[in-house]
Design a protein around this ligand. Structure first.
Ligand code: KG4
Ligand code: ZN
Length: 330
């Protein structure tokens, strides 16, 4: 089999993204158009605006991706597209665009679970990576520890009971009036701050589930009670509580289950403290996506789509957008 060429589309939230991937790993083009500047004036993503911007940008980005890849539309073997989880209106734009391309070019359509995409970003950044491994999946909407037993076999070991890690970063940043998205802003501030305040580490020694809403609230009350406290010190202290909890539970699961590989996935994988702290765990092989593959992108969707392509795992044209798609629904 010649290396298939897959065009992928990601529109689950506020990034309009298209990638063209050849075979497992050869990225021919990879375009991400972030709508952050449009949404940040509202303090978060406005679903209706996100969907309208996807309509506006998707056609041109796709043309640009094909041009940059130096291929023609007829060279493409399949269309991969995010089917969920995400904002329903935003997802539908990508899905319908993908269906039109697939129908017009008479090539298979592959619906991809966005969460599988985040995990698969690691196969792009570390082509030698092979399951089994333990995955910490941390994004704006999800926080999970997964026992990844095989390429398409993800067992959820623990997950958040309330806020996702990225969501906690975003909400704390909003409370501190720092802007959106909060993760990169807090990450930057924390670099010049001191971890001098002790915020709670909820459920730290209790199983593998997470809970970040109490931590978020305690930052809010602390700020109210201590108006003189420096924002950068609050940021550094909050980040310390959250990141050390993520690492503690992931490492504990890997140790108890004798797993040697730990894989980090999702937007929060871009966090510099998380990345640095993991260096201390020399007994594990730690895999982190390159920065460009941490937050939403279409390359990860193409790589996950490739895995389904080689299994002839194609979608029908009644493929629907599923806003709360579970990880087991691959
Ligand atoms: O994976 P992603 O792009 O979108 C979802 O699928 O949710 O993740 C976005 C999340 C946001 O909450 C953002 O604040 C967070 O990832 N994030 C970070 C950093 N960069 C992005 N969180 C902490 N530190 C960062 N450097
Ligand atoms: Zn994502």
């Amino acid at each position: 089999m010649n290396d298939p060429i897959i065009l992928s589309i990601e529109t689950s939230c506020d990034e309009t993204a298209v990638c063209i991937l050849q075979g497992k790993n050869k990225i021919l083009s990879n375009i991400v158009l972030s709508q952050i500047d449009i949404h940040k004036v509202f303090g978060g993503v406005v679903p209706e605006i996100a969907a309208r911007k996807h309509i506006k940008f998707l056609n041109n980005i796709t043309k640009e991706a094909v041009k940059e890849a130096k291929i023609e539309l007829k060279d493409i073997n399949a269309i991969a597209v995010t089917k969920g989880p995400g904002l329903v209106g935003a997802l539908l734009i990508g899905l319908n665009f993908a269906k039109a391309l697939s129908l017009n070019l008479n090539i298979p359509l592959i619906g991809v679970n966005h969460l599988m995409g985040h995990i698969y970003a690691n196969f792009l950044s570390s082509p030698d990576l092979k399951p089994p491994f333990v995955t910490l999946l941390v994004s704006g909407g999800h926080t999970m520890i997964l026992d990844t037993k095989d390429y398409m076999d993800f067992e959820i070991v623990g997950q958040t009971k309330d806020d996702a890690a990225g969501e906690a970063f975003d909400k704390v940043a909003r409370m501190l009036e720092l802007g959106y998205p909060g993760g990169p802003i807090i990450d930057k501030l924390a670099k010049v701050g001191k971890k001098i305040y002790k915020f709670p580490k909820p459920l730290f020694n209790k199983g593998y589930d997470f809970s970040f809403s109490g931590l978020k609230t305690s930052v809010l009350y602390f700020k109210k009670d201590n108006p003189e406290a420096k924002i950068e010190d609050i940021a550094a202290s909050f980040q310390e509580s959250l990141v050390s909890t993520l690492i503690h539970k992931t490492v504990k699961y890997a140790k108890i289950n004798n797993r040697k590989k730990i894989v980090i996935a999702g937007g929060v994988a871009a966090n510099s403290t998380l990345r640095e702290k993991l260096n201390d765990y020399k007994e594990f092989d730690i895999y982190l996506p390159e920065m460009k593959y941490c937050t939403d992108n279409a390359a990860m969707i193409a790589r996950a789509g490739y895995e389904k392509y080689i299994r002839n795992d194609f979608s029908d044209f009644d493929l629907d957008a599923i806003p709360n798609l579970a990880l087991k629904e691959l």
